[in-house]
Design a protein around this ligand. Sequence first.
Ligand code: IPM
Ligand code: MN
Length: 358
Amino acid sequence: MNTYKIAVIPGDGTGPEVVGEGCKALDAAARAFGFKIETQPYDLGGARYLRTGETVSDATLEELRAFDAIYLGAIGHTDIPPGILEKGVLLKLRFGLDQYINLRPVKLFPGVESPVKGKGPAEIDYCVIRENSGGLYTGIGGTSRQGTKDEVAVQQMMYTYAQVERCLRYAFDYARAYGKRARGAGPRNTLALVGKSNVLTHMYGLWNRVFAEVGEDYPDVTREYYHVDATCLYMVSSPEMFDVIVTENMFGDIITDLAAVTQGGLGVAAGGNINPEGVSMFEPIGGTAPMWTGKNAINPIAAIGAAAMMLTALGETAAAAAIDAAIAKTTPKMKTQLANQMGYTTTQVGDLVASEIA
Ligand code: IPM
Ligand code: MN
């Protein structure tokens, strides 16, 4: 029997509640499909930082390399200034484990109402591959003459050829394996590069060139290019035109929040920070939701979806598909996907999904 060692980081706020429901789904899937999940909890996040002053130590980072995957709830704390936990925990894990892909499926589940009028599950069904290791997130820059009118702030967007190439290769491989033709959902597999080549001429000169170069190896994947501003417009006006999108880090951060709202909100949006050659980390893309903490009111669907993505990465694709199918049977029963307005509690939604898996 295959055994998977999973590091679980419940984190702050509603993180522990949603991760608990995700683990319930994992256990049900493990029983039904005959594998074992061994979890080890890691106390990381805002509460821990306030207690000990520590974010993620180098020793912890080394320990995490020994796991098959990491399952994360949410990190954040209203008493901690912005930047400390983001850089000290989330980005430290992403960069330290070189999780250079942020995979964010945009899928409207059955029975979920999209705020985009007239669009259903057939129209909102694509995926954003966000580069996760470079760009503005590299943190290159600085300030000087602070506190004067001559204050200068610089924050630079940077990419190496190698970073762009590995991201695009992953994206082409993904489009080939999971694009619309591969899924039987359309006539071709399409990869759309999203950028701003009309202004960021250096940066998108590089991305576009590598896109064409790498694309030569994928004649079965149709290439498209869209500016990021137009992409936002299309994501609302005609989401059905998208299949697989690939973009740099900051643009990917922004468009995936817009994408999340079109698929029913942060209660359902899941993502994976992926190192295809190393340890990957799966999470609901929403935050800690302090207002709903401890109330058994938060939506666990995103966290459960992240658990399914984790199983796919581990190679348990049938179990992952069973969790996705169980989610698709549960969402139509829920009143809404909003916290405290689901018609069920957090644990009840988790129970519904787990019983569908079994
Ligand atoms: C996300 C978040 C993070 C990001 C923050 C919390 C560092 O917004 O996962 O999308 O910007 O990547
Ligand atoms: Mn974000």
